[in-house]
Design a protein around this ligand. Structure first.
Ligand SMILES: [Zn+2]
Length: 464
């Protein structure tokens, strides 16, 4: 596995020009990072305006033209562009300016102070997503300052509202200003480098995400007095149907991303773990045993293998002595991006096998389905080469089970990749992860991430 990766890596590494590595870059990164973390952009209500103004002023001071695009005045998005020769299509680099809310009582260091302590920088947004935001900003500044000749435009988008109001952020930009961000490739949040016990284990690069959808089960029967049990009782039929869905294991289906993910994960796992990761992409019987293990112990992996279903809401009945004529269950369904929706519904109906239960797709705030970012693309090769160069570890292409802003861009045809800084896997459980009670980043990892990010963009955009 590693040999293959190194071969893939060598071409891009050898052609990479010098990376700016001076400490002045780190100091400048810190200055912008602290300034942006110190702005309270908690969403709701958002109020990304100060962050947008800061970015605009820093970019313009460097001579980079900036456009501010806002559906709501206090929630602007920022777009900036470095022009290339047009030989290749643009690359978009993206970070969101809003952060999730905080409970200040739970913070040792204040959430919007960007305090440096013990090798960390503390604050809301330090790993979600002011790290990507500042990396994108620094890449623009460095490319411009060095006057790097480009084969393609480099576009920077600082979007508002990612944490729950995409209407004023990515949805608004893709619907009304798409030509300003249209690109071949996109880099945004959604990846990270994992370190456990001080050892770098792998870099996870998001290339694909599942699509959130919904199915509703409606059981219908005869209503009546609770003192006389009826075989047609809608509650009984619904409960039986939900139980069957709970026990159902929809067919395992792999794609380029998940096959590569398990294969590469095996290469950095214990022999026992590795066997399961290889079994699951192999013959049916062995795959089923590994799948059973994942269902019990590694549920995220089980979800990555299939279109998954979680029953989440049950409704039925209104008083103790009335058998209701109707009962409903809502199922949170996360489909493979290329799932055949009609065939999947037909399979579910067969599992339920009850004419009294109607099974139907229902509307949901659906993120659009789209093709995966291809692993044979120049972008993935450049990312992989720079993972090797900066982190000396394996790259795992990853299909996330949840959904991100990149879904809107993938639906428009961009090949999108989720990247992020190194994170200690122990830090999340300690309560310092994204969306946790507190949040922090290893300071030196912020600087390494900026260099990693710069090299990827430079490798893809620099004139050849
Ligand atoms: Zn985020």
């Amino acid at each position: 596995m590693r040999t293959i990766l190194l071969i893939a890596a060598s071409a891009a590494v050898l052609t990479a020009a010098q990376t700016p590595t001076s400490t002045s870059i780190d100091e400048e990164t810190l200055r912008h990072f602290q300034a942006l973390v110190r702005m309270d952009t908690a969403d709701p209500p958002g109020n990304e305006q100060p962050a947008a103004e800061y970015l605009k002023q820093v970019l313009e001071a460097e001579g980079i033209a900036v456009e501010v695009l806002a559906l709501e005045p206090k929630r602007p998005n920022v777009v900036a562009r470095l022009k290339g020769s047009g030989k290749k299509r643009p690359i978009l680099i993206m970070g969101h300016t809003d952060v999730v809310n905080v409970d200040p009582k739970k913070w040792t260091h204040p959430p919007f102070a960007a305090t440096r302590d013990g090798g960390y920088i503390y604050g809301r947004g330090t790993v979600d997503d002011k790290d990507n935001l500042v990396a994108g900003l620094m890449v623009m500044l460095m490319l411009k300052r060095q006057n790097v000749p480009l084969d393609r435009d480099v576009i920077f988008l600082a979007e508002a509202g990612e944490e729950g109001s995409t209407r004023i952020g990515i949805q608004y930009i893709t619907a009304q200003h798409f030509s300003k961000i249209d690109a071949e490739y996109c880099l945004a949040e959604g990846g990270s480098v994992s370190r456990t016990g001080g050892q770098v284990r792998y870099a996870s690069i998001q290339t694909l995400e599942k699509i959130p959808r919904a199915i509703e089960l409606t059981a219908r029967g005869i209503s009546g007095h609770g003192s006389v049990p009826l075989q047609s009782n809608a509650v009984v039929h619904l409960a039986a149907a939900v139980a069957k869905i709970g026990a159902w294991k929809p067919q395992i289906r792999l794609n380029e991303t998940t096959r590569a993910y398990f294969k590469r994960l095996a290469s950095v796992s214990t022999p026992e773990e590795a066997k399961r990761y290889l079994d699951v992409i192999g013959a049916d019987a062995a795959a089923a045993a590994a799948d059973d293990y994942f269902l019990a112990r590694e549920p995220r992996h089980a979800s990555m293998l299939r279109t998954s279903i979680s029953p989440t809401i049950i409704q039925g009945g209104y008083r103790i002595n009335v058998i209701p004529s109707e009962a409903k269950a809502s199922l949170d369904v996360r489909t493979h991006p290329d799932e055949d929706l009609e065939a999947f519904l037909a399979a579910m109906k067969q599992v339920i096998a009850d004419p009294a239960v109607e099974v139907a797709w229902v509307a949901r705030d659906v993120r659009p389905p789209a093709a995966p970012a291809r692993l044979d693309s120049d972008a993935f090769k450049a990312i992989e080469a720079n993972v090797t160069k900066h982190y000396k570890t394996v790259t795992l292409p990853t299909m996330s089970t949840g959904a991100t802003d990149m879904a809107y861009l993938r639906a428009k045809g961009l090949l999108c990749f989720g990247v992020g800084p190194l994170i200690d896997t122990e830090d999340g459980p300690k309560g310092f992860g994204a969306h946790s009670d507190q949040e922090r980043i290893v300071e030196t990892e912020l600087y390494r991430f900026v260099r990693f990010h710069y090299d990827i963009v430079a490798d893809l955009a620099r004139a050849r």
